[in-house]
Design a binder for this molecule. Structure first.
Ligand SMILES: *Cc1c(COP(=O)(O)O)cnc(C)c1O
Length: 408
């Protein structure tokens, strides 16, 4: 008997079956009526938010970055848990405004916002995180034409980097935000425009598992915001410190030391309060809130042997889950944690690879994993699938049926 490899252990196992939303997985699959599907566990999301609240200073607010998982039911659930939303398109704005979240707790970032999106944002009363000087002029003109004074924050491309970040989004030349050294001139101009200065958004990167790197970035972020605030046309009402909290995807990856991050941030708070007495301080997180609460489930359709290697061919693949195939920005392909969900503990040590139905060798969900005990009809589970799953995948590629999504 071998135990499942690297399973995150957030989902219980009973009678050798994974239990998801209180149901054995095979029963849940019957309830859904088809495979493949994504299931997101609301209790795990609620628990994660509570852990964050316990670790972070009470006056640091939590925002959810909808891009990580925009499923409407999940965003509705999140609306009752977090203090605000961050979004990056008019599509996400619709999902956010369908929830009870107050518009002034919603902010809109992202380069290349269209005039239509800026008008919608102004009309909605949400905060626009400006990504360029041109966008600032546009927002002011559109607001004026609507007889409104839009709330505007400046997204700053910092003059430092988030070290050890899986995805750097600040420091050096970037398409995101306005270079820190240009922000003082921009703020002077903003004072002449019919815009309500709201604050700063300083996001330096994501998927970081090193507490020290996040702490250093937070220190640098406060310093930078203090320098820039001296040039602002009004008080800072919102200081978005970014996020970047990572989750472990691969064997051997450590968990982020959340208590250490929280303690360090608490230490920065007295100075921050003095420097920004009117500001709401915000941490914005995507995957850390939802990534570990989601699984992707596909059924084994065929079991093949080719020159000594076993392939489990499933009805799911990279068209639903690009990141598990290793093709969503990864440099080296590594296996996500996988189990046979209805036969979790193996009765053999047999090795197999899990592939999908697409006619491309990229369609690989698990490479040579101890899943060789799986049979045709079994359910393969991919953990760590609650963020950047379905909506980050090329769903039209090869024309297979869509995956179902459920919140359990
Ligand atoms: C993508 C993104 C996030 C979310 O990143 P995670 O790694 O999922 O936490 C937050 N803020 C901004 C501006 C983003 O672009």
């Amino acid at each position: 008997m071998s135990t499942p490899v690297h399973a995150p252990h957030l989902f219980p196992v009973a009678g050798n079956e994974l239990v998801v939303g209180g149901l054995p997985l095979s029963r849940l699959a019957e309830r859904v009526g088809r495979t493949p599907f994504y299931a997101y566990d609301r209790a795990l999301i609620t628990r994660r938010v509570a852990e964050l609240r316990a670790a972070l200073p009470v006056d640091v607010h939590l925002h959810y970055a909808i891009k990580a998982n925009p499923m409407p039911a999940l965003v509705q659930h999140m609306a009752g848990l977090v203090d605000g939303f961050d979004l990056a398109s008019a599509g996400e704005m619709k999902i956010a405004l369908d929830t009870p979240m107050a518009p002034d707790k919603i902010s809109f970032a992202g380069p290349g916002k269209s005039e239509a999106e800026l008008r919608q944002a102004a009309a909605a009363g949400i905060v626009v995180n400006l990504e360029s000087e041109l966008e600032m002029e546009r927002l002011a003109r559109l607001g004026e034409s609507l007889g409104l004074r839009p709330r505007a924050a400046v997204r700053v491309n910092p003059d430092f980097e988030l070290k050890s970040s899986g995805m750097k989004m600040g420091g050096g030349p970037k398409q995101f935000g306005v270079d820190a050294e240009r922000v003082p001139a921009m703020l002077a101009r903003m004072g002449e425009l019919p815009l309500a200065f709201h604050g700063f958004h300083i996001f330096s990167g994501s998927q970081n598992l090193k507490a020290e790197a996040i702490m250093e970035a937070q220190r640098n972020t406060f310093d930078l915001a203090r320098r820039l605030a001296a040039h602002a046309p009004g008080p800072v009402r919102l200081l978005n410190l970014g996020g970047g909290f990572g989750i472990p995807y691969f064997p051997g990856e450590p968990r982020l030391d959340l208590p250490a991050v929280g303690e360090h941030l608490s230490g920065l708070m007295p100075d921050a309060r003095r420097a920004f007495p009117e500001a709401e301080l915000v941490i914005e997180l995507g995957r850390y809130l939802v990534g570990e609460a989601g699984i992707y489930v596909a059924r084994v359709v065929d079991r093949k042997e080719s020159r000594g290697q076993v392939f489990l061919v499933t009805d799911g693949g990279l068209h639903h889950h690009l990141s598990a195939s290793g093709n969503f920005g990864q440099v080296i392909r590594k296996n996500y944690p996988l189990v046979v969900g209805n036969r979790v503990r193996a009765d053999s040590e047999a090795i197999a690879s899990v592939v999908g139905p697409l006619c491309t060798p990229l369609d690989l969900l698990g490479d040579k994993m101890p899943l060789g005990h799986a049979r045709v009809g079994d359910l393969i589970v991919v953990f760590q699938s609650g963020a950047y799953g379905l909506t980050a995948s090329p769903t039209a590629f090869l024309g297979h049926p869509a995956a179902v999504e459920l919140l359990v």
